[in-house]
Design a protein around this ligand. Structure first.
Ligand SMILES: Cc1cc2nc3c(=O)[nH]c(=O)nc-3n(C[C@H](O)[C@H](O)[C@H](O)COP(=O)(O)OP(=O)(O)OC[C@H]3O[C@@H](n4cnc5c(N)ncnc54)[C@H](O)[C@@H]3O)c2cc1C
Length: 386
């Protein structure tokens, strides 16, 4: 496996890093405190050409690989995981999914406005009573002539308050379980769609999360994504890519926490010395670096394999490797953020220091895109072949 970055990867990283340092980091605490998406941020992200980063160029995207998307996610997360999460829901959960699964007509209609941020994307799978057990979703779509009539509630949907286009999972045949799932492209202007609640969160504040309601919502037949009752294929391939991708958020959080801790260890003086002179602090820093680099290798490997698999590569182990990458990296980022708060002592517990924000933000990655428990089950089942 070749982990070396191309010239394009390096330039992309530098450009996003510069943007994040100038446009996001200075307002990151304000975004968190006010739990508000910054005015004009979608347009600024679009100006970087990253809204449809993995979308084919003919539909307005950048045509880049998944590793490029991971690099962007990592750099945005170093400044604000909230901005990174919402960008990821748009660029990966919605746009990348459509690029892979939509028909040419659907792509021509939906992708160009998503790639310029004229429209914002989201993915609606989770429901109040169906999270880890995603196959038990109860949102039902009933065919009626040239439309489906959809009823149900979606929960915890990132970008739900602002989305124009949602990859929506429903049941078209409740008796068939996984084989009764159908995916749709939902235009939020369709009658019967509404946002019932913007949800208040512990972390990733500023990234809007919502509960959505579909009440006799009419979705045209041509908006079926893939085929009726075959939505499980859209869902499963999307989840592998989502896990390989969102592991990059952990890398960004861990990098930011290590950098902040190194700076603090050099500056904070106790017992007449910078605390970085104490071996117990040094050990923490060394462990943080080592865990981060182990996670980084796993993250990039999973992203490369997920990309190869999408492009038709055979025999990869992406299902368990993507789960392993996000499992390891989510727990790694949470541990590192926790150590960063410890190194900062009492100041680390204060809201004006960013390490506590990273600790709160890191927790989500152990929950979203399948919890740590579910990731362990996936890996074990694949290993055992059961
Ligand atoms: C901020 C945020 C943003 C989100 N964004 C989106 C989004 O954009 N789109 C979307 O569709 N969803 C989104 N989600 C939902 C997310 O994917 C779910 O929260 C996640 O899949 C877990 O489901 P749940 O919350 O219902 O927990 P549950 O499934 O109820 O799990 C509760 C606990 O039980 C454990 N558990 C469940 N089953 C098992 C088992 N078989 N064995 C062992 N333990 C088990 C879980 O690991 C967990 O610890 C988001 C969630 C959050 C918090």
């Amino acid at each position: 496996m070749d982990y070396r970055f191309s010239e394009q990867h390096i330039m992309l990283r530098e450009s996003i890093r510069g943007f994040a340092a100038k446009e996001i980091r200075p307002i990151a605490e304000e975004i968190d405190a006010e739990d508000a998406w910054p005015e004009g941020m979608w347009e600024k992200l679009a100006g970087l050409g990253i809204m449809g980063i993995t979308v084919d160029e003919e539909y307005g995207g950048a045509g880049a690989d998944l590793l490029s998307a991971v690099i962007v996610l990592e750099e945005l997360s170093k400044a604000s995981p909230a901005i990174a999460l919402s960008w990821g829901a748009h660029a990966n959960l919605c746009c990348n999914n459509l690029n892979h699964n939509a028909s040419p007509d659907q792509k021509r209609k939906y992708l160009p406005p998503l790639c310029t941020a004229k429209h914002i994307g989201a993915l609606g799978l989770t429901e109040p009573n169906a999270g880890s057990d995603a196959v038990s979703i109860q949102t039902v779509a009933v065919r009626n002539g040239d439309h489906y009539v959809v009823n149900g509630t979606k929960m915890f949907i990132t970008n739900g308050t602002v989305a124009d286009t949602i990859v929506l999972y429903t049941k078209t045949d409740r008796a068939k379980g996984a084989k009764g799932i159908t995916a749709f492209i939902l235009d939020t202007a369709f009658p019967g769609f509404s946002v019932s609640k913007k949800l208040k969160k512990y972390g990733h504040r500023g990234s809007p999360t919502a509960e959505l309601v579909l009440e006799d919502c009419r979705i045209p037949v041509e908006n079926v994504l893939g085929e009726e009752n075959r939505g499980i294929h859209v869902l499963m391939s999307g989840l592998d890519v989502e896990r390989a991708f969102y592991a990059g958020e952990s890398i960004g959080i861990a990098e930011a926490c290590l950098e902040l801790s190194l700076q603090y260890a050099r500056e904070r003086v106790q017992f007449g010395k910078p605390i970085g002179a104490f071996q117990l602090i040094q050990a923490k820093l060394a462990d943080m670096y080592t865990q981060l680099e182990a996670g980084r290798a796993l993250c990039y490997k999973a992203a490369l394999l997920a990309d190869q698999e999408r492009k038709g590569g055979k025999g990869t182990e992406v299902h368990k490797l993507a789960a392993a990458s996000i499992l390891f990296n989510a727990e790694m980022a949470y541990r590192i953020a926790d150590q960063a708060v410890q190194i900062h002592g009492g100041y680390g517990y204060m809201l004006e220091y960013p390490v506590q924000r990273f600790l709160r933000d890191a927790k989500l990655i152990e929950i979203g895109a399948g919890t740590s428990e579910i990731r362990r089950l996936i890996i074990a089942r694949e290993l055992l072949g059961v």
